[in-house]
Every structure is written in structure tokens, then in C-alpha cells.
Design a protein around this ligand. Structure first.
Ligand SMILES: Cc1ncc(COP(=O)(O)O)c(C=O)c1O
Length: 398
């Protein structure tokens, strides 16, 4: 069965031999022209027209009021958390099934993550688990303004859900719960450019959303990130902080707070703008690929069932993960569930040994040495997903 899967992927990517990566970028538009323009005009750093244009176009595409660029998604997360008021010795509610940057950004603020379980049908933070944890573990501060963790006596200063592999989580319910406790929501939409929940772009539900344009994302700037805002004043503040908090002046250097060197260079934005011109095509191609995977796996399972009834084979227990209800996903990384961890590891070894790159979901962040003393909710779904999920090659097909 594993050989049939490898065969299918090789056919899909029209690559009968050689290495098939998990997600390679495609540069098929104006990338070289725009990069040359940067060199020719000498605007290669964080001042230049491509950065401004890229920000405006991302705001248009996502429906955010304003977009503010960053050097990567991790710095965008750091800044977003600071802007919503995450301070040292406070706590942030997030999911354990995520890339390490989500938790690290909380740590950069001097705060601590609390890990809440995800939903099996979205792979993202579970609103039910979130509500339950809040109800059982927190009390309202005396002035009624903050939630306090009953165990640690610390303030909960934000909630940071993530749209896993591009699949939207139940973000409207999460925002509603958090609003009822005055907890600001920062959406980690690093993986979900082009994904919508109830027809609204991910990253635009919370107070701030962030995107990543790392080389493995649906659209790349080499390295890069973006903050998405519905509040224009907050966006202004963010932009100021990404530029060392320097007050604009013809020659003088006056800074009014501690800022960061986080603004995206023009070179990266030039690449991004050329990529953005192809995004609709990328999205179409990726949804087509997901449809092909889905059909292939359902046929494979049917075949295995009929083999089973004739006593010919072991039952194949693989299911393709489809976009959640109410969502339109970018299918950034396609995913399947294997029967169990042992079967998953056998599959990972077989595919990688045969030149087809596959990878497991992340180790849950609360199991890593730096985060093992953090508070957690019951994590049944996260553990199951972490043990059984495999990501399949998902690059755009021309
Ligand atoms: C969920 C998630 N959050 C944050 C990041 C960080 O983005 P970057 O690599 O651009 O710093 C990534 C991706 O790399 C990610 O997948």
C-alpha cells in the first residue's frame, strides 16, 4: 500500500524519480524583474516602494484595514503580543500543537504559555476546551478587568490560536469567548494566507493577526511576516515600533520608546509582490491537489476494504484531512491520519527512504524541555493528532 502512495505522489508531481520536497516555492512571475528594480534603484533595505505596496496589497487581499510588514512571522508574533499588552510575569492561552515560534514569541515577552487542547475537526484551538479551562481555572480580578489564574495568581493577557496547516480553527467562537473575559486575541495565521472562515480571511478576527512568508509558505518573501489590523491607530503604533521607534525627521535621531529593527526590507517585499500576483493561481492549484489526494485515498481505502472481505490484506486505516465545516482552506500542507504512531513511523520511514518527503506533526510544545513545566488542559486530541498525523508533499503544481 505504501508503494502505491509513493507512486501516486510521483505521478502527481510528474517526477518518476529524484527527491520530492514537502513544499517548494514557485517563482514564475515578475520576481526577477522586481528584484532587479531594487538593485537598480539601490532601495534594497527597509525603505522603498515595494514594501509599502506589498503591505497595501496584503491588506486588500485579506480585508484587513491595515497591514504592517515584519522581517518574519516570529517577529510579527512578538510585536503583536506586546501590542495587545502581554507583559512579563503574565500568561497567554495557546495550543500545544503548533510550530515552536508560537510559544517562543510568548516567552520573548517574558510571559508563559498555557496549553489548551485542539479540536480534531480543525486541528486548531478548541473553543470548548478553552471555555472549560477558563471556567475551572480562573477568577476575575477585584477591579473586574482581568482574568487571574487561580493556581499561579498571574494575569491572562492574551489568547493565541493558530490555523493549523492552513485549516481555519473556530475563530469566531474563540473570539466571542475571549471578548466575554476581555482577553485580546492574536491570531497566528502564519500558515493560512488565502484561508477563510465563514467567508472572512483568517487573521482578521482577532485584535491582531500575523502571517509568515517563510520559504516553505504558500507565498514567500524569502523571510518575512505581516501584522494584520482592523484598528488603524494600533497599526500606526506597530509600524513605528518596527522602525526602532524613530520619530521621522530630516536628519535627527530621536526615538520615543524601545523599538525593534523588524521592518521587512524592500528586496523581500519585491519578491512578495511578484508572488502575490500569482496567489490566486497558487490557491487554485493547491485545492486541486487536495482534491486529488482525497479521491486517491478514498479509492485506496475502498480497495483495501474489498481485499479485506476476500481475506487478502490487512485493513488500511488512513484518512485524508479535509477542510473543516464553514471554512475554505488554502491546503498549505496536506495531511493524512495513520492508524497509530507505529504505522505512522513506518510510513514516514518508507516515504522518506524512497525520496518522497513526508513529516509528522510537531512534538507537542508542552513536551519540550523549555515548556514542560507549563500548565496544560487535558490534551487528548492534541496527543492523538501528534501521534497519527503525516504531512504530504504539497507544493504548487504548474
Ligand atoms: C504556526 C507558525 N507560527 C509562526 C511561524 C513563524 O514564522 P517565521 O518562520 O516567518 O518566523 C511559523 C512558520 O514558520 C508557523 O508555522
Amino acid at each position: 500500500m505504501f508503494s502505491q502512495i509513493v507512486g501516486f505522489i510521483r505521478e502527481l508531481y510528474k517526477q518518476p524519480e529524484g527527491f520530492i520536497p514537502l513544499h517548494a516555492p514557485l517563482f514564475d512571475g515578475n520576481e526577477k524583474q522586481y528584484l532587479n528594480e531594487c538593485v537598480d534603484t539601490t532601495y534594497v533595505s527597509s525603505i522603498g516602494e515595494f514594501v509599502n505596496k506589498f503591505e497595501d496589497k496584503i491588506a486588500d487581499f485579506t480585508g484587513a484595514k491595515k497591514a504592517v510588514s515584519c522581517v518574519n512571522g516570529t517577529s510579527a508574533l512578538h510585536l503583536a503580543l506586546k501590542l495587545v499588552g502581554v507583559e512579563p510575569a503574565t500568561e497567554v492561552l495557546t495550543q500545544p500543537l503548533t510550530f515552536i515560534a508560537t510559544a517562543n514569541a510568548i516567552t520573548y515577552c517574558g510571559a508563559k504559555p498555557i496549553f489548551i487542547d485542539v479540536d480534531k475537526d480543525t486541528l486548531g484551538l478548541s473553543p470548548v476546551a478553552l471555555k472549560k479551562w477558563i471556567e475551572e481555572n480562573t477568577i476575575l480580578s477585584k477591579n473586574g478587568k482581568y482574568l487571574i489564574n487561580k493556581t499561579t495568581k498571574k494575569r491572562i493577557t492574551a489568547c493565541l490560536p493558530m490555523h493549523t496547516f492552513g485549516h481555519p480553527c473556530k475563530i469566531d467562537e474563540i473570539v466571542e469567548i475571549c471578548n466575554s473575559y476581555s482577553i485580546p486575541v492574536v491570531e497566528d495565521a502564519a500558515e493560512s494566507l488565502g484561508s477563510y472562515y465563514k467567508r472572512k480571511h483568517t487573521g482578521t478576527f482577532g485584535k491582531i493577526g500575523i502571517l509568515s512568508f517563510n520559504g516553505n509558505k504558500i507565498l514567500t518573501t524569502g523571510g518575512g511576516g505581516m501584522l494584520l489590523f482592523n484598528d488603524e491607530n494600533l497599526a500606526k503604533k506597530a509600524k513605528h515600533l518596527t522602525m526602532q521607534a524613530k520619530i521621522p525627521h530630516q536628519w535627527d535621531f530621536i526615538h520615543d520608546s524601545i523599538g525593534y529593527n523588524y521592518r521587512m526590507p524592500n528586496l523581500n517585499a519585491a519578491l512578495g509582490l511578484a508572488q502575490l500576483e500569482q496567489l490566486q493561481f497558487f490557491l487554485k492549484s493547491k485545492r486541486k491537489t487536495a482534491e486529488k489526494y482525497k479521491t486517491f485515498f478514498s479509492k485506496l481505502i475502498e480497495k483495501s476494504k474489498s481485499n479485506l472481505s476476500t481475506g487478502n490484506d490487512d485493513e488500511l486505516n488512513i484518512s485524508f484531512f479535509s477542510e473543516p465545516a464553514n471554512a475554505k482552506s488554502n491546503y498549505w500542507l496536506n495531511a493524512i491520519f495513520m492508524k497509530n504512531k507505529k504505522e505512522r513511523d513506518r510510513f514516514l520511514k518508507y516515504t522518506n527512504d524512497n525520496g518522497v518527503m513526508t513529516r509528522p506533526a510537531w512534538h507537542l510544545i508542552n513536551t519540550l524541555s523549555m515548556y514542560k513545566d507549563c500548565q496544560v488542559s487535558e490534551l487528548k486530541n492534541s496527543i492523538e493528532i501528534s501521534n497519527r498525523l503525516v504531512n504530504l508533499p504539497s507544493s504548487v503544481i504548474k
